[in-house]
Write a protein that binds this ligand. Structure first.
Ligand code: DC
Length: 237
């Protein structure tokens, strides 16, 4: 039986992956899997039970024992950790910092990759992350690598923080984005690299609507090639 596509969206922080994977999955009627939220959930669980971050085996065991689920409630998507809604709790600066450490642990990555594969193998999914098209699903039918210049990503982050009423400095925010890129690219396990067969989209001077349209067109084309004939919303007949 034909299955729907596996769509991978990789790229650095602040390139618009979350926004676009939500919009694209809705347009295609696919399930959206935010893999960053999965690493964040493991980090939160490790904070709560006080695991030693240098103990890779204990971190790996924790990652294999937690239950992580995505559910759509009303119009928004929630992340459940052992049944509890942690959508807000995983976004604090503390947890973000902890996540960069926890996600560098090989045992944790293996546990999450196994889980992501079991969530996505039946198709009809958009997975968003750093290593989807290279490690998790190297045979994904559609791969995007979404980027934007560090100064533009820093500027977007700065605007977001300002809207939240936080005191921020533009130059410092850009420097933080650059530092995170360097750490993501240099880490030993699953560093951020572009899959050679990914469609690279530079969103520096593109609107969200333009990027979405390009993604929908690309996915629709692949669906036709795969003989999936029932149309998707937002696609020309
Ligand atoms: O996309 P995000 O900011 O929610 O990601 C949180 C952290 O998890 C970030 O440090 C990168 C890491 N991450 C990863 O290593 N691999 C993924 N597939 C997704 C996120």
């Amino acid at each position: 039986m034909k299955r729907e596509l596996i769509v991978a969206i990789d790229g650095p922080s602040g390139a618009g992956k979350s926004t676009l994977s939500k919009l694209l999955s809705r347009t295609l009627g696919y399930v959206n899997i935010d893999t960053g939220a999965m690493y964040r959930s493991v980090a939160l669980a490790s904070q709560r039970c006080g695991v030693d971050l240098n103990d890779e085996a204990a971190l790996g065991q924790l990652a294999r024992s937690v239950d992580i689920e995505f559910v759509r409630q009303d119009a928004s998507e929630k992340v459940l950790l052992n049944g509890e809604d942690v959508s807000e709790a995983i976004r604090t600066p503390d947890v973000s910092l902890l996540t960069s450490r926890v996600s560098a642990c090989r045992e944790v990555r293996q546990a999450m990759v196994d889980l992501q594969r079991s969530m996505g193998e039946r198709g009809g999914v958009v997975l968003e992350g750093r290593d989807i098209g290279t490690v998790v699903f190297p045979a994904a039918e559609v791969k995007f690598f979404l980027g934007a210049s560090a100064s533009e990503r820093g500027r977007r982050r700065y605007e977001e923080l300002k809207v939240k009423g936080l005191e921020v400095d533009l130059e410092q925010t850009i420097a933080e984005v650059e530092a995170r890129d360097a750490a993501d690219t240099a880490r030993e396990h699953a560093p951020l690299v572009q899959a050679s067969d990914a469609l690279v989209i530079d969103s520096t001077s593109m609107s969200i609507e333009d990027v979405l349209q390009l993604m929908v067109e690309t996915a629709s084309e692949r669906r036709r090639e795969a003989g999936l004939t029932v149309g998707v919303a937002g696609e020309a007949p």
